[in-house]
Write a protein that binds this ligand. Structure first.
Ligand SMILES: *Cc1c(COP(=O)(O)O)cnc(C)c1O
Length: 440
């Protein structure tokens, strides 16, 4: 294993509950024994702490705000239940997601329904439950106007100079305002969702939408809400580790010399609620004061729809090692597939180092991680991860901070393998105890 010295490590940041779980290898092994395959661990108090962080930033800025958890980032019931208990909203995009959120006690009025060209059934259900409907096109607005209720509506805006397939252009917005005025829909405000993780474009566009609210008011529509969508970054690894990793990245560090076009920015200097603070503190293009100040002066509520950022540190994924091969570097094979670690399905890789449990002493052991399927491409980790010693068959392998998008967005019963169950942990005094997220 003489290549080990040249391989950088990329340790994942660890929440306190994760350290406690790792300090209890028997718990991890017992759960694997109990479920008979890979599983996900969820820890709702971490989600709740993230919600608090976003709310504190809004409070500190004196900006009235509403947080909606973007449900597509993780399907577990636990998050919708926490959202109901905390009184935050949920961002949903299908009739199934609406039903799942209502089923955990989230009020219809606390749901925002996004997604393009929503089916008639979804619109009817949403309107009847008094959900906020983010309208993506003029023809969708016409279907919404024809509903018997008085639907609450957001108009989703296409950012200027964007080739996104979502949202309304400036011309379409003008038409939409007139159509709202001449119907019984209640225009609540405007929304957008940007890819990328930069605060400035969000602040710039939010300021444009504040002006849209003012224009709507001029034609008699009392719009008072701007939603800036999600896209709050998550900081998975330290700056130093990320810099070291990127400096000298090359194909030899990956099984079979695999290369990737790009990676998620696993280190972000300004992430989560701090990124919201940065957005609020930005003076948008063409304005004289910060976004926070513009929102306060215009009496506009700021809505946000974080998915990944609310799940930061709130879940891990555990596999059992079923095989270890020595090929210059090791090849570990686990009892599940890369469909339970979604990043591979975006032609990329989830980079933070997985941790083997129990920790084996000995010589540093670099290894990639393959899935249990018959596909050459079914690799959870192409990168040669440096383990402190050679893992053994039957040991557990934990991927950290996987709740945001990694767990279930691409999960599949490929090979008739069961989907990994989600197990919710909480504290019972000093002990951690567990229950299934959704009993089968
Ligand atoms: C996906 C999505 C989100 C959540 O994005 P994150 O990057 O997880 O914060 C929010 N709003 C809309 C409209 C989305 O499509």
């Amino acid at each position: 294993m003489d290549t080990a010295f040249a391989l950088p490590t990329l340790p994942a940041r660890q929440a306190g509950w994760v350290r406690d779980v790792l300090a209890d290898p028997e718990l991890l092994a017992d759960l694997a024994h109990g479920v008979g395959g890979p599983y996900h661990l969820l820890y709702p108090p971490e989600f709740e702490a993230n919600v608090d962080r976003f709310r504190s930033v809004l409070d500190a800025a004196g900006v009235p705000g509403r947080v909606f958890y973007a449900k597509k980032a993780n399907k577990a019931e636990a998050w919708a239940r926490s959202s109901a208990e905390l009184g935050i909203g949920v961002d949903v995009a299908s009739a199934q997601e609406i039903r799942a959120a209502l089923g955990q006690g989230v009020r219809g009025a606390d749901l925002v329904v996004t997604g393009p060209a929503k089916p008639a059934e979804t619109l009817r259900l949403a309107a009847r439950q008094n959900c906020l409907l983010a309208v993506d096109s003029l023809d969708e607005l016409d279907r919404v106007r024809a509903l018997p209720e008085v639907p609450r509506v957001l108009l989703r805006c296409l950012p200027s100079a964007s080739d996104s397939r979502f949202g309304l252009t400036e011309d379409e917005l003008d038409t939409a305002l007139l159509r709202c005025r001449d119907s019984s829909v209640r225009l609540v405000g405007f929304s957008f969702h940007l890819s990328g993780y930069e605060p400035t474009p969000r602040a710039d566009l939010a300021a444009v939408l504040v002006r849209h609210c003012q224009r709507a008011r001029e034609v008699g529509l009392p719009a008072d809400l701007v939603s800036i969508g999600g896209g709050f970054a998550v900081d998975y690894v330290t700056e130093a580790d990320w810099r070291r990793f990127r400096a000298d990245d090359r194909p030899e560090r990956y099984h079979a010399g695999r290369t990737f076009d790009g990676f998620y920015p696993y280190h972000s200097p300004v992430a989560g609620a701090d990124m919201l603070a940065a957005v609020l503190d930005t003076v948008p293009a063409g304005e004289q004061r910060t976004l926070a100040s513009l929102l306060r002066a215009a009496n506009v509520t700021l809505a946000l729809e974080p998915g990944r950022a609310l799940l930061d540190q709130a879940g891990v994924t555990v596999f059992t090692i079923q095989g270890v091969k020595d090929r210059g570097h090791g090849i570990l094979t686990v009892d599940g597939t890369s469909l339970s670690l979604s990043e591979q399905w975006f032609a990329s890789e989830f980079l933070p180092d997985p941790i083997a449990s129990p920790s084996r002493a000995g010589r540093a052991y670099p290894a990639c991680v393959g899935g249990a399927s018959c596909l050459e491409s079914d690799m959870l980790t192409w990168r040669k991860v440096v383990f402190p010693g050679r893992p053994q068959v039957g040991d557990q392998l934990m991927y950290l901070n996987t709740a945001g998008y990694q767990m279930d967005s691409n999960e599949s019963e490929f090979h008739e393998l069961p989907l990994p169950p989600k197990i919710v942990l909480d504290r019972d005094g000093p002990r951690l105890r567990w229950r299934l997220d959704s009993p089968a």
